[in-house]
Design a protein around this ligand. Structure first.
Ligand code: EPU
Length: 417
C-alpha cells in the first residue's frame, strides 16, 4: 500500500504547471495502433494509467520510445492477440484497444475494462456502436468476442453522450467502409484532441466539439505528431486548492475555457481566482458562500471535479447542495470528510454540505482517484496531520502530485508499505 501524510495549514505559494490530460492521453495511445506508421504523442503525463496502457501496447508487440514527455509509437508489427484480463482490468481506457483493434483487424477478443469504482459503468453503448457497424458481439461472462467481415458506416444513436462510447465508435469507424454518423456524441475537449490526432493521420472526421460527429472511412492512416491538451481536471483541482490555501499560487498551462463551469461556480462562491490567458492566480478566499452544483457532460460541471470541490464546500458559509447525475456511487469521499469534521449528508444522488466547518487531520483513505484528490485538498487545509491510505489511486491520474505540492510549500511525506 502507498500512503502519504500531510501536515496541514501550510500556505501554498509559487507555481504549479499543469500536465497533459490523462483522459486524452489514454485514448491517443490506443489510437496510434490504427496507423501503420510511427506516430509521436507529446506532453504525455507520467502517471500509472499510461504505464498500464504501455504494458498492453507492448504485449501486442507495439514498439514504444519515451523521451521526456514524448512517446513515439510504432504499431506496424502489432499482433492481434488476447490481452490478459489482469492488465485490461487495471483501467477503464483499456477498452479503447478493443475498438482500435476491431477498427484495424475487424475482429477482437477482450475482457471488460477496469476503472474507478464509482458506479456500474456498463459498456452497452460501445457494443451498440460495434453492432451498428455490422459487427457480431458475443458476450460470455466478462469477455467479449467481436468480429465482422467488413465494418460498414452507419448511424449510431447513443442513449447518452458517453465519452467512452463516442471514442470507441470513432475508433471502430475511422477505417470502415462509408460514412458513419454518431448522434448524441460527447463533446469533451479530450475527444476533440483525439479527432485532431486522427485527422492529422489522414482520417476524415467532422463535427468535433458538437453532438453530431461524421466519419468518412479511409483505407489507411499515416504518421503524425500530436500534443496532449492540458489536463482540465488537474487544473481545476489545483485552482480549488489555491482558492482555499493559496498565496499568489499560479496555476500555469491552463486552458480556462475548458473549466468555465467550475470557474463560474467558484466566482459565485466568492473564491479568489483570477483568470488569464494561459494561467490562473489563486489566493485564499475570505467569506466563501454556499452554492448549488449539478454535474453534467461537457460543457457542464465535470463530475471529475465534484469531489475535489466538496472540500471547498465545507469551507462555505451556509448549506451547499451538490447533485451527481453521471455516476451512481461517487460520494465515497463523504465518510472521510465527515471524519475530519465536515457536516455532509447524502440524500440519494445529492449531498448537502453544511459549512463552514473546521477540518482536523486524521487517518483517511483514497477510495478512488478523484475522492483521493478531495482528501489531499482536505489534508492540506486541515489542522494537524492527515494520513491518506491507498494513495496509489491518486497517482494513477495526477502527475507528480506530491512533488508539485511540495514545491509550493506543502508538507507531505510519502511511504510505501
Ligand atoms: N454509460 C452507460 N453505458 C455506456 C457508457 C456509459 O450506461 O455504454 C454511463 C456510465 O455508467 C456513466 C455515464 O454513462 O454513468 C457516463 O459515462 P462515460 O462513458 O461518459 O464515461 P467514461 O468514458 O467511462 C470518461 C472518463 C471519466 C469521466 C467520464 C465522464 C476516461 C478514461 N474516463 O469515462 O474519468 O468521469 O468520462 O466525463 O476518459 C476520472 O478521470 O476520474 C474519470 C472517471
Amino acid at each position: 500500500m502507498k500512503k502519504i501524510t500531510i501536515e496541514g495549514k501550510k500556505e501554498l505559494t509559487g507555481m504549479i504547471k499543469i500536465s497533459g490530460a490523462k483522459n486524452s492521453a489514454v485514448a491517443l495511445i490506443p489510437a496510434a495502433i490504427l496507423c501503420d506508421e510511427e506516430v509521436t504523442i507529446k506532453n504525455v503525463p507520467n502517471i500509472s494509467d499510461i504505464d498500464a496502457l504501455s504494458e498492453i501496447l507492448e504485449f501486442i508487440n507495439g514498439k514504444i520510445k519515451r523521451e521526456k514527455d514524448a512517446m513515439t509509437i510504432d504499431a506496424s508489427d502489432i499482433e492481434n492477440k488476447e490481452i490478459p484480463e489482469e492488465i485490461s482490468k487495471k483501467l477503464r481506457a483499456s477498452y479503447y484497444f478493443m475498438s482500435a483493434i476491431l477498427g484495424k483487424y475487424k475482429n477482437v477478443e477482450m475482457y471488460f475494462p477496469g476503472g474507478c469504482n464509482i458506479g456500474k459503468r456498463p459498456i452497452d453503448q460501445t457494443l451498440k456502436a460495434f453492432r451498428a457497424l455490422g459487427a457480431t458481439v458475443i458476450e460470455k461472462d466478462n469477455k467479449y468476442k467481436i468480429y465482422a467481415k467488413e465494418l460498414i458506416g452507419a448511424k449510431i444513436n447513443l442513449d447518452m453522450p458517453s465519452v467512452g462510447a463516442t471514442v470507441n465508435a470513432i475508433f471502430a469507424s475511422v477505417r470502415a467502409k462509408g460514412i458513419t454518423t454518431i448522434n448524441n456524441a460527447a463533446r469533451e475537449p479530450e475527444i476533440s484532441n483525439i479527432i485532431d490526432f486522427l485527422n492529422q493521420m489522414g482520417a476524415k472526421i467532422e463535427g468535433k466539439g458538437t453532438s453530431t460527429i461524421t466519419i468518412t472511412g479511409v483505407d489507411s492512416l499515416h504518421k503524425t505528431t500530436i500534443e496532449v491538451i492540458p489536463d482540465r481536471i488537474e487544473a481545476g483541482t489545483y485552482v480549488i486548492l489555491g482558492a482555499l490555501i493559496g498565496n499568489n499560487l499560479k496555476i500555469k498551462n491552463t486552458k480556462s475555457e475548458h473549466i468555465n463551469a467550475l470557474l463560474e461556480k467558484l466566482k459565485e462562491a466568492n473564491a479568489n481566482v483570477e483568470v488569464y490567458d494561459n494561467y490562473i492566480i489563486t489566493n485564499k478566499s475570505e467569506n466563501l458562500k454556499n452554492i448549488d452544483v449539478i454535474t453534467k457532460g461537457y460543457p457542464g460541471f465535470a463530475t471529475d471535479l465534484q469531489q475535489p470541490l466538496t472540500t471547498l464546500l465545507t469551507q462555505c458559509e451556509g448549506i451547499s447542495t451538490l447533485e451527481e447525475t453521471i455516476y451512481e456511487n461517487r460520494f465515497n469521499n463523504v465518510e472521510y470528510l465527515n471524519q475530519m469534521g465536515a457536516n455532509i449528508t447524502i440524500d440519494n444522488r445529492k449531498i448537502h454540505v453544511k459549512g463552514k466547518t473546521n477540518l482536523k487531520g486524521c487517518e483517511v483513505k483514497a477510495t478512488d482517484l478523484r475522492a483521493g484528490a478531495c482528501m489531499v485538498i482536505a489534508g492540506l487545509i486541515a489542522e494537524g496531520k492527515t494520513t491518506i491510505n491507498d494513495i496509489e489511486h491518486v497517482l494513477r491520474g495526477y502527475e507528480n502530485i506530491i512533488e508539485k505540492l511540495q514545491n509550493v510549500g506543502a508538507k507531505i511525506e510519502y511511504e510505501e508499505i
